[in-house]
Design a binder for this molecule. Structure first.
Ligand SMILES: C[S@@+](CC[C@H](N)C(=O)[O-])C[C@H]1O[C@@H](n2cnc3c(N)ncnc32)[C@H](O)[C@@H]1O
Length: 271
């Protein structure tokens, strides 16, 4: 508790290390008792977030299958792939003829993924030096200038899990435009977000406060730590990028959860 309080006032890197170390201590008994769990990334080093790494990855994959029509032959783009939480479950599925590119701004994350998937020729990982105050504060390229590592119209399914929850709206708009560029016609995009709506604006775990016209943040000094966007603003941005909105499912981060997932899930299609 005291460590968490201290962490609240520390800059992003130090705060995440402390919060990560607490999560690691909590997970230590499981890690020691189950050999499969020994390969879980360390939170204080990798910033993968709270919760059960394996189980959450499996749920995220199931969501792509159930709600975004993932097929084993798909060319997939994982935007902000982190430490391969979803990639670990996707790799065997896509061995049937699909392909995968994951990119991230985290050098550690990409190095770790390249090691993990060294013997999986259909799994590729790219490091992009994009600036994000929470994850890569010294990055050279602004989020609004990002170019995804994929050719126009080459992707069947793109997804971004727990990434727009760390990006301000101008960056999100750019990522939606880039997604529209790389998707083939009828290609799908699934992303998660904290999509605030009247009556569903915060929770005990996520005490969002108004930040700007489109968004709310847990900590206005470091909005990229956890940022929510108004659902209407996200929907307008999706339409502006030229994508057609499909399913919207409310997650369990606050009241009214409708599917197996913490953040709200959007699915969009390229016409
Ligand atoms: C909470 S983690 C989620 C990782 C992964 N998507 C998952 O579900 O396991 C957030 C990830 O977003 C990445 N990230 C932050 N800003 C980014 C950006 N502008 N472009 C791409 N990735 C970004 C971080 O480096 C981090 O790996």
């Amino acid at each position: 508790m005291i460590l968490r309080r201290i962490a609240r006032f520390a800059p992003p890197g130090a705060r995440r290390a402390v919060v990560g170390a607490i999560a690691d201590l909590k997970g230590l008994p499981l890690r020691l008792s189950d050999p499969v769990r020994r390969r879980d990334p360390w939170n204080f080093w990798h910033n993968v977030g709270d919760g059960d790494f394996l189980a959450i990855g499996a749920t995220l994959l199931a969501n792509l299958q159930d709600h975004a029509g993932l097929r084993p032959i798909d060319q997939v783009l994982d935007i902000g792939c982190g430490n391969g939480r979803v990639a670990a479950h996707l790799a065997p599925v896509l061995r049937a003829g699909g392909g995968y590119v994951g990119f991230d701004v985290s050098r550690r994350g990409i190095q770790d993924c390249r090691r993990q998937f060294a013997n999986e020729p259909h799994m590729h990982f790219e490091l992009l030096d994009i600036r994000n105050r929470e994850y890569n504060a010294r990055g050279r390229v602004a989020e609004i200038d990002t170019v995804f590592p994929a050719r126009d119209g080459s992707v069947d399914l793109a997804f971004a899990t727990s990434v727009f929850t760390h990006m301000r709206m101008p960056g999100v708009r750019r990522y939606l435009a880039e997604t529209a560029r790389v998707l083939r016609p009828a290609g799908r995009f699934a992303f998660t977000a904290f999509a605030i709506e009247p009556g569903r604006e915060a929770s005990a775990g996520f005490p969002f406060q108004p930040f700007d016209a489109t968004s709310a943040a847990v900590d206005a000094r470091y909005p990229e730590r956890a940022i929510a966007h108004w659902r209407v603003a996200l929907e307008a941005a999706v339409a502006q990028a030229g994508l057609r909105l499909g399913d919207f499912l409310r997650g369990h981060w606050t009241t009214g959860g409708e599917y197996e997932g913490s953040q709200d899930l959007f699915v969009a299609v390229k016409p």
